[in-house]
Write a protein that binds this ligand. Structure first.
Ligand code: CP
Ligand code: NVA
Length: 315
């Protein structure tokens, strides 16, 4: 069996279902220990992690910096605009130089290919903190949150409506089917997931017993669901398509009317930041069904699990 130690985390398609489950189990365990008073678990003592940001961030920026620190390591936070990268230094050179200083490189990038190139040239693990293709750390926190709420992920009906071709939808689909959820996606045809993600989700489902279906009609996607998830219609970098996207995705708004079709105990999820009045209404995100703050919190704990398993000698 392959170990998680030393692996790159670029997208969940590179992982087996049991490996994805392991990240989440350790996340739950580290959260329990945190609330039992173990604020510092120094498995990264003497190690450092570069955290590179090519795009804005609130949750990832703070939770990754604290995750490294709470594991006894040192986070070096780098705004890409202030690096030589912004003056044309090649990604491959940056990756080789940073590898000589730090024990891992985590990056939020505009193009997923940048991460792939970093991984090719880096001699230390590269961790995706969001690209245009995937957001694996978010999805690990999401399935951890579902696990906490329902006591399991297996058999839970997870519906995602809106832009099913974005980073968050791609990663949620893979993480959910890996843990045995029944996923339903509701989106216009032009905003369906990438073919590579669909292939990976099929392979993952065959191994895990999870399943997924895609619908044009948001009502069909949501009927009877345990979880209703959405994300912004215009992701970072898609500002030029904003008007068309808002027009096409309007029927997929998560509002009270749509939520009424879900199961009586259904929860609402969103990776945040949210655009109230676009993909979700104020009343839904502020309702008692909304577990968006738990999701945001779990980023910290599951990222500690990822760092501990990839870098910290935990297995
Ligand atoms: N959900 C998420 O990744 O948030 P940030 O963009 O604030 O990091
Ligand atoms: N899909 C969104 C997620 C932000 C956390 C974006 O890429 O902008």
């Amino acid at each position: 069996m392959r170990s998680l130690a030393g692996r790159h985390l670029l997208w969940l398609g590179d992982f087996e279902p049991w490996e994805i489950r392991r990240f989440v189990e350790v996340g739950l365990e580290l959260k329990r220990r945190y609330y039992a008073g173990e604020r510092i678990i120094p498995v990264l003592r003497g190690k450092s992690v570069a955290l590179i940001f090519e795009k804005p961030s609130t949750r990832t920026r703070v939770s990754m910096e604290l995750a490294v620190w709470q594991l006894g390591g040192y986070p070096v936070v780098l705004n890409a605009n202030e690096m030589q990268l912004s003056r044309g230094e090649p990604v491959k050179d940056t990756a080789r130089v940073l590898s000589r200083y730090v024990d891992a490189i985590a990056a939020r990038v505009k193009k997923h290919e940048t991460l792939e190139e970093m991984a090719r040239y880096s001699s230390v693990p590269v961790i995706n903190m969001l690209s245009d293709f995937s957001h694996p750390l978010q999805a690990l926190a999401d399935v951890m949150t579902i696990w906490e709420r329902f006591g399991r992920v297996e058999g839970v009906s997870v519906s995602y409506v809106g832009d099913c071709g974005n980073n968050v939808a791609h990663s949620l689909l893979l993480a959910s089917v890996a843990l045995g959820a029944k996923v339903r996606l509701g989106c216009p045809r032009e905003y369906r997931p990438d073919a590579r993600v669909l292939r990976a989700a099929e392979e993952m489902s065959a191994k895990s017993g999870g399943s997924f279906e895609i619908y044009d009609d948001p009502a069909e996607a949501v009927r009877g669901a345990d979880v209703v998830y959405t994300d912004v219609w215009v992701s970072m970098g898609q500002e030029g398509e904003a008007e068309v996207r808002r027009e096409k995705l309007r029927p997929y708004q998560v509002n009270e009317e749509l939520m009424r079709l879900a199961s009586r105990n259904a929860v609402f999820m969103h990776c945040l930041p949210a655009r109230r009045g676009e993909e979700v209404t104020e009343d839904v995100i502020e309702s008692p069904r909304s577990i968006v703050w738990e999701q945001a919190e779990n980023r910290l704990h599951v990222q500690k699990a990822v760092l501990a398993l990839i870098l910290g000698g935990l297995s």
